[in-house]
Design a protein around this ligand. Sequence first.
Ligand SMILES: [Zn+2]
Length: 391
Amino acid sequence: MKPVLGLFIMVDACGWEIIRNDSFGCAFAPTRKQLESIFGYSSTCVPSILSGHWPVEHRNWCYFVYDPKKSPFRSLRSLRWLPTAVTSRRIFRRWLTRFVKARLNFRGYFDLYNIPFRYIHLFDFTEKKSPLQPGGMNVGPNIFDFLVEQKIPYFVSNPAATEEQNRDDLIARINNETIDFAFLYWAGLDGLLHMVGNDSPQVPAKLRVYEQWIEQLLAAARQHYSDIHLYVFSDHGMANCDELLDLKSRIEALPLAMERDYVVVYDSTMARFWFLNDHARQLITAELQRVPQGRIVPDEELERMHALFKDHYFGELIFLVKEGVLIVPSHMGERPIRAMHGYHPTDKHSYASLLTNQPSIPDDVTAIPHICRLMKETGQLAKRRNAAGNT
Ligand SMILES: [Zn+2]
């Protein structure tokens, strides 16, 4: 029997609006709080939680950036001659993604998504390392660097394993008392929400499953640890997409050419532009100002969201759509999906949630990067008390 286990469970996309009117976790984590998320996708939310830093500090923001000199994808350009019927098929993309990931030795999450092969040589991919490992951030340390440095034995999810496998692997580590701290990452709810939307009965059904799994983890932990510090949280929420925006057609109708005049990445809720001449900058800016479904995010606002990159690494102009609008087709997908995240952090469905079995959540824990502080404090407490002796 050990004194303390720090148990941190991230349920991807389990936003405040998802659980606000649901009893999720009330039995084992009755203290709950709404947290502000981060402007961007999981590609920046998760690293922000793991590092306690903001996008401008850790530089894990959006996946694809215009950087032809550093592009590792040049060899894929020859695939542009393949018929779209083949290259736009999800199964082909998935196979190629695995092949490219292995060949380029990428350690993080990687997906070629829907980037056209005709332009793939223009882009670099920004998550070459895994933020779930020590040394995994683009800049600065994360919680795993901290745990290694402090010699705190820990468990972390393997993203290649299923949710159930990760749960069972953690239970095994709990049973043999080899850890003081755990970071468990469940991604299933995010995938479900993208498919069925946030008002489907499948959503509370999935929450009930997670409750059972957490009860299983707690039952094991109670056999081996006298005090369990449990935190269940999300990285962002999820909004239903009720309006589609074909931004690509509008931009391509301008008398400009991609690669010659401008470069763009169409994410599903934002478009990021790099301009190769002033004429392109003027025409595109004017066109975007005529799109009622979104707006150009001013620099001051990006700065307030800690996402103003002075070197414009992730784009010179960021266009963001309103909550509920989906850019389709985009470089993330050819077809519409039911729900999406990555809207403005103060939009209703963007907010994340934090639940715990502790009596209170500190007042200065208001946004998802603050979860890292709770992880560090809990890890240190567990180590200190566990080193002091078994109970
Ligand atoms: Zn998602």
